[in-house]
Design a protein around this ligand. Structure first.
Ligand SMILES: C[S@@+](CC[C@H](N)C(=O)[O-])C[C@H]1O[C@@H](n2cnc3c(N)ncnc32)[C@H](O)[C@@H]1O
Length: 450
C-alpha cells in the first residue's frame, strides 16, 4: 500500500535532510520489517516452529520473520511479534534481575514483555498504560508470556509522583509520538499527522519526562524513545530535559550497522546529542526510531517496602494447599495476595500502590469458589511441565477442538485421575483442562477461544 506523505511532511524533511530526504521517502514506500522474539521465561524456549536462521545482531532473542497469532508458539507465549528497531530499546535499558523498573507508556507491551524476560521473574516491573482499553491488552500480553513479577497499572504518569519519588532504578518512557517512523507499517497513521500534531506530541512528552524525572532514583537510568523522526520530539526534547535537570546526563550507547548518532544541529546545537541514537529506514533494517539513555547523578539507594496486609485467611490457604497436593508437584513459597475472591502471587505488597488503578499484581493464580479453588489460565502459562502432576499432550485435531471451546473425550481410561491437568500441544503448555470420567472439560477462557 502506498503511503500518502503530505506536502508539509515532505517540505519539512527536504529542508532538514536535503538530498537524503528522497531516500527516506522511497524507504517509506517499501515493506516494513517483520520480526519476533523468543521468550526465555519458557522451558526449552528455542524450541519453536519458526526459522531462527536470521538472527538480529543486537538482540540475543530477536529474529527476522513473521509469526502467526493462531500458532501454538504464539498462544503459549513462546514468541512475541516485534519490529526489529523497537527491540533495541530494551537492550539499551539493560534490565537486570532484582531491579525496580517502571515502563510508563507500556501498551501493548512489546517492550515490557522483553524487559520482563530479561529480569527472569526477579525484581519488580511496573507496567503502566494510561488508556484503559490498551491497558487490558497489555495485561493479557503479560499473561500470555508467563510473566509473574509485574504490576500492571492504568494511570497517568503524574499519579505515581507522590508515592514513588526517587523510587525506580530504571524507567522507560517509550513516548506517545507522531509516529512518522511507523508510516510504512501503519499507513493509516499518516492521517493524524500535521505540523501542529508534532508540537502537541512534543509538549505531552515533556510532561511525561517531568514525571519520569521525579520517579527516578539518584544513579538511575531513564531510556527515552520515540518512533518518529521529528527533531521537536527527539533532540529538542532531550536538550530541553538536560537543561531543566542538570543532574541528568546522556550516556553513549553502542551503535550497530545502520544506526546513526543523534543530531546536535536538530537540538539547539547541543553536542551531547551525538550520544543519542537514530534509525532511519533508508539506512537501517527496521522502522524509524529515536532512543537515548539518560542517567541521574548519585548512587541508587535502598528503599524499604511498606507492606500491606495480603488479605489471605487460614481457610484460603487450606484450599490452595489441597489443590496443590492433588495437582502439582509442590507449592513454592510466595507472597500471596487476595483481592475479592482472586488469589495472586503478588509482584509487590508495597502500600505505595494504594490508590493506583491496578489491573494485575503479579501472577493471577485462581479464584476461590464455594469450598474450592479454581486455577487461572495465567498460572498455567507461568508453570513448567515438571511443576504439574499431569500434563496431557493433545494431537492436532484435539488442539483445534479445544481452541474452539470443545471438550475432549478420551477413548480409554487414562493413567491419571487428578482433576486439574496441564494441556500441551507440541510440548508447550497452553491451558488447564478439567478431567473427570474420561473427559477433559473445556476451561479455555472464552475470550481466547478461536
Ligand atoms: C509508543 S506507545 C507505547 C508502546 C509500548 N511501549 C510497546 O512497546 O508496546 C505509547 C503509549 O503511550 C500512551 N499514552 C498516551 N498519552 C499518554 C500520556 N499523556 N501519558 C502516558 N502515556 C500516554 C498511549 O496510550 C500508548 O499506549
Amino acid at each position: 500500500m502506498r503511503v500518502e506523505l503530505s506536502s508539509d511532511f515532505q517540505k519539512k524533511y527536504q529542508k532538514l535532510l536535503g538530498d537524503r530526504s528522497q531516500a527516506l521517502f522511497a524507504a517509506i514506500q517499501t515493506d516494513s520489517q517483520e520480526a519476533f522474539r523468543l521468550n526465555p521465561l519458557k522451558p526449552n524456549y528455542q524450541n519453536v516452529s519458526y526459522s531462527l536462521a536470521k538472527p538480529i545482531e543486537y538482540s540475543p532473542i530477536g529474529y527476522f520473520g513473521e509469526i502467526n497469532g493462531n500458532s501454538i508458539d504464539h498462544l503459549s507465549g513462546y514468541v512475541y511479534s516485534q519490529e526489529p528497531s523497537a527491540m533495541y530499546v530494551t537492550e539499551i535499558l539493560d534490565p537486570k534481575e532484582n531491579e525496580r523498573i517502571l515502563d510508563l507508556c507500556a501498551a501493548p507491551g512489546s517492550k515490557t514483555t522483553y524487559i520482563a524476560s530479561k529480569m527472569a521473574s526477579q525484581g519488580l516491573l511496573v507496567s503502566n498504560e494510561i488508556n484503559t482499553k490498551r491497558a487490558k491488552v497489555l495485561s493479557s500480553n503479560i499473561e500470555r508470556m508467563g510473566i509473574s513479577n509485574t504490576v500492571v497499572t492504568n494511570n497517568s504518569p503524574k499519579d505515581f509522583e507522590k508515592k514513588f519519588d526517587n523510587f525506580f532504578d530504571k524507567i522507560l518512557v517509550d513516548a506517545p509520538c507522531s509516529g512518522e517512523g511507523m508510516f510504512r507499517k501503519d499507513p493509516e497513521s499518516v492521517k493524524y499527522w500535521s505540523l501542529d500534531y508534532v508540537d502537541q506530541c512534543a509538549n505531552r512528552q515533556q510532561h511525561i519526562l517531568d514525571s519520569a524525572y521525579k520517579l527516578l532514583s539518584p544513579g538511575g537510568t531513564l531510556v527515552y524513545s520515540t518512533c518518529t523522526f521529528s527533531p521537536e520530539e527527539n533532540e529538542q526534547n532531550v536538550d530541553w530535559f538536560l537543561k531543566k535537570y542538570p543532574d541528568m546526563h546522556l550516556e553513549p550507547v553502542k551503535k550497530y550497522q545502520g544506526m546513526e548518532d543523534g543530531r546536535p544541529a536538530w537540538g539547539n546545537g547541543n553536542p551531547e546529542l551525538t550520544k543519542a541514537l537514530r534509525m532511519f529506514p533508508d539506512k537501517f533494517n527496521g522502522e524509524g526510531h529515536f532512543m537515548c539513555k539518560l542517567v541521574k547523578d548519585g548512587e541508587i539507594e535502598e528503599t524499604r517496602e511498606r507492606m500491606i496486609n495480603n488479605g489471605v485467611k487460614k481457610d484460603d490457604v487450606k484450599f490452595v494447599e489441597k489443590f496443590a497436593k492433588a495437582n502439582l508437584n509442590g507449592l513454592a513459597e510466595t507472597s500471596w495476595l487476595k483481592i475479592s475472591d482472586f488469589l495472586y502471587q503478588a509482584a509487590s505488597l508495597d502500600n505505595r500502590f494504594k490508590g493506583l488503578h491496578i489491573l494485575r499484581n503479579g501472577l493471577k493464580l485462581g479464584e476461590f469458589k464455594k469450598n474450592r479453588f479454581e486455577p487461572d489460565i495465567a498460572w498455567i502459562l507461568a508453570l513448567k511441565p515438571d511443576d504439574l502432576k499431569t500434563v496431557f499432550e493433545l494431537n492436532a485435531e484435539q488442539f483445534e477442538k479445544y481452541l474452539h471451546g470443545e471438550s475432549i473425550i478420551l477413548e480409554q481410561r487414562p493413567s491419571f485421575d487428578n482433576k486439574w491437568i496441564g494441556l500441551s500441544y507440541q510440548g508447550k503448555l497452553f491451558s488447564w483442562g478439567r478431567y473427570s470420567n474420561q473427559q477433559i472439560k473445556n476451561v479455555y477462557p472464552k475470550g481466547l477461544r478461536r
